[in-house]
Design a protein around this ligand. Structure first.
Ligand code: TYM
Length: 320
């Protein structure tokens, strides 16, 4: 069973990326043959400054490794280190209708948010299909917003297989965990870099505190009972707490004298506590870029071997 997923290094990674994808990707190392990569080519659709892109790629890699990505057990690389994916992207482009791409929610949302409607942004799902199909992926663990892209990948694969009368491409399935399919941000909408409602995974203590303190609540007074079911703080606490802790918290919502400021501090402690065990390894890697580079070279060489063999077959099928 091959499991594959990627994350764009388009900014500081947030707890939506963590619960929706990274944590599940890392856990899937025990469930199958994991292929995971930092989607550097995809990030070019939004990150246009050289230094920023370099920094984001490095930090995303370091975070993955610090959180438990095992480069021996799994195959872990930076997307742009295996260039075969661009060749497949072009071949697949010729089996992708304009209509299919025009229906992509993610493209429409991004343009609505003011991101320039470039050809790269428009054809983003074809590159994602190339990522998935190049490595014969069966399962793709992602958040809810990416389900449509995996469905488009199946459409593209089907269309290619049918046209050339082959079964060269494996049809992948999205694997979404319903409990964290859409992690809410500090304003209750989907947590997203482009909404400015994120809580960072590894931000500074001060920075994370500022984000948590900015969570939007209603204006109930300290002595009024509060409704945990419709509270953004509680929804985020659900990610970090076990059943007993949540029961205790529900009790506090009903207790006069307990206010949103207190609940925010409880959440803040939980966030800091959750990520603390990974900080030491993270610091080590941040200070040892040579070690990180070697790990990535090793990962890219493993991925490239598979990509090369697959591309040889694909070229021969299409007549190249
Ligand atoms: P990206 O970087 O936008 O998102 C990375 C992953 O995080 C999930 N995610 C969320 N999950 C729950 N709640 C949220 N608020 C939230 N915000 C983000 C996303 O669903 C995603 O799983 N196109 C992919 C990157 C990619 C890829 C691939 C993934 C490129 N090639 C091949 C799988 C297979 C993306 O949007 O990443």
């Amino acid at each position: 069973m091959r499991i594959l997923s990627g994350i764009q290094p388009s900014g500081t990674l947030h707890i939506g990326n963590y619960f929706g994808a990274i944590k599940r990707i890392i856990e899937s190392q025990d469930q199958g043959d994991l292929f995971a990569f930092v989607a550097s080519y995809h990030a070019l659709t939004t990150v246009k400054e050289k230094e920023l892109l370099e920094k984001n790629i490095f930090e995303a890699v370091v975070n993955f490794l610090a959180l438990g990505m095992d480069p021996e057990k799994s195959t872990f690389w930076v997307q742009s280190d295996v260039k075969e994916v661009l060749e497949l992207y072009w071949i697949l482009s010729n089996h992708t209708s304009m209509g299919l791409l025009e229906r992509a929610h993610s493209y429409k949302d991004k343009v609505a948010k003011g991101i320039v409607a470039s050809h790269g942004l428009f054809s983003y799902p074809v590159l994602m299909a190339a990522d998935i199909l190049l490595y014969d992926s069966n399962l793709v663990p992602v958040g809810k917003d990416q389900i449509q892209h995996v469905e488009m990948t199946r459409d593209i694969a089907n269309s290619f297989n049918h046209h050339y009368n082959t079964d060269i491409f494996v049809l992948p399935e999205a694997k979404v965990d319903e409990t964290v399919a859409t992690v809410p941000g500090t304003d209750g909408a989907k947590m997203s870099k482009s909404y400015g409602n994120t809580i960072d995974m590894f931000g500074t203590k001060k920075g994370i505190k500022k984000q948590v303190m900015g969570i939007v609540t209603d204006s109930k007074e300290l002595d009024e009972p509060k409704d945990y079911e419709n509270c953004n703080i509680y929804k985020l606490c659900e990610l970090f707490m076990n059943e007993q802790e949540l029961k205790d918290l529900q009790g506090r919502y009903a207790t006069p004298g307990e206010g949103y400021g207190h609940f925010k501090l409880t959440l803040l402690d939980k966030i800091n506590e959750h990520f603390a065990p990974y900080q030491e390894r993270r610091e080590h890697l941040l200070n040892n870029p040579k070690e990180v580079k070697e790990i990535l070279e090793f990962g890219a060489s493993k991925a490239r071997k598979i990509a090369n063999a697959k591309m040889d077959k694909i070229r021969s099928i299409v007549g190249l």
